[in-house]
Design a protein around this ligand. Structure first.
Ligand code: KG4
Ligand code: ZN
Length: 346
């Protein structure tokens, strides 16, 4: 079964071709190709994703990406047996572009359409990256520009929401703090680079809910604490131009606080669910300090941790390969299916 998958939830237009073996759902599909057209260059000067610009870039890129994915996989449209697309959560104007392309293809090819949840895709990417290992059941942690959420996943399509952010997402906090420090966009890699020269203990920034059992995140207080530290004792003077040393210390101390929070909540989720594996997805999982501290904490707990390579961590269409499990379960979508902006919480 050849699956064509499409991703357009935010600022990456992705297409992928996967091959699933019959009986579907009993083995991990093989990724034949996965291509992504990133819009970072278009949003950079705004310091964040501009929804209308994102939608229009998807309109330009979605068909060329599908074409490219098919070519790289060495298959033609006639070989496609099903079409998958992320329909939630995300930017509505971005989602409708991918969904409309997917519907048109499913109708023209007379093949099933499968709607997938982007977050289930992020977690399934752990299984795609480790086809010979058992990833589920696991605690799932998605940390990206749009999400900071924990799930208890009995199976790839059975993920119960445990908790998430009450304000900013982890990646969003990196982006906003990078902007305060006059670093570039996206902020995560810039903060990580700046932090290398800094002292993570220079500022004792707040770590929300750290010692509470509640599985929730809050990063807006941390962001404000960075702003106050940046202004120094003369708060009313507004933001000052930080020295490279101050920038490095602020970046390192901020990064350490985010990492401590993410690691602590992952640990609590594992303790509370009694699960023994952790799957991680989203762009923040690229962070070296996060990987280091998470790895040490999970080793100490005897928890097996799965973090896909970067190309499967950040937004991509291959992760919509979870659609083959849905297809096996007969969970196809009608051609009038709609998108949803927010999380659908079971
Ligand atoms: O998963 P992703 O590519 O897109 C979304 O679905 O949001 O994640 C992008 C986010 C951005 O906020 C970016 O700043 C963050 O991931 N990020 C990082 C790093 N690389 C990307 N955050 C921390 N450290 C990094 N090295
Ligand atoms: Zn994502």
């Amino acid at each position: 079964m050849i699956l064509l998958a499409i991703e357009s939830t935010c600022d990456e237009t992705g297409a992928a071709v996967l091959e699933g073996r019959e009986p579907l759902g009993e083995s991990v599909p093989r990724i034949l190709s996965s291509v992504v057209s990133s819009q970072i260059g278009l949003h950079q000067r705004f310091g964040g994703v501009v929804p209308e610009i994102a939608s229009r870039a998807h309109v330009r890129q979605v068909v060329p990406m599908i074409d490219e994915a098919l070519k790289r996989a060495g298959v033609g449209l006639k070989d496609v047996g099903a079409v998958a697309v992320s329909t939630r959560p995300g930017l509505v104007g971005a989602l409708v572009v991918g969904l409309t392309a997917a519907k048109a293809l499913a109708l023209a090819l007379d093949v099933p359409l499968v709607a997938v949840d982007h977050l289930e895709g992020h977690l399934y990417a752990c299984q795609l990256a480790h086809p010979d290992r058992r990833v589920f059941p696991c605690v799932g942690l998605v940390v990206s520009g749009g999400h900071s959420s924990l799930y208890a996943c009995r199976e790839p399509l059975d993920c119960a929401f445990l908790g998430g952010t009450i304000d900013d997402a982890a990646g969003e906090a990196f982006d906003k703090v990078a902007s305060l420090l006059n670093l570039g966009y996206p902020g995560g890699p810039e903060i990580e680079r700046a932090a290398k020269a800094g002292n993570p203990k220079a500022f004792a920034f707040p770590r929300s809910f750290l010692h509470e059992p509640r599985l929730a995140f809050s990063f807006s207080g941390l962001k404000t604490a960075v702003l106050y530290a940046l202004r120094g004792p003369n708060q009313e003077r507004g933001v000052v131009e930080p020295t490279p040393e101050l920038t490095a210390d602020l970046a390192a101390s901020f990064q350490e606080a985010v990492v401590d929070i993410l690691v602590a909540k992952a640990r609590q989720a594992l303790e509370q669910t009694g699960m023994e594996r952790l799957g991680v997805g989203g762009g923040v999982a690229a962070n070296g300090r996060f990987r280091e501290k998470l790895g040490a904490a999970m080793d100490a707990m005897g928890v097996e941790t799965f973090i896909p390579p970067l190309s499967l961590c950040t937004d991509n269409a291959a992760m919509a390969g979870v659609a083959l499990l849905k297809l096996a379960a007969g969970r196809t979508a009608d051609l009038d299916v709609d998108v949803a902006a927010g999380l659908v919480r079971p």
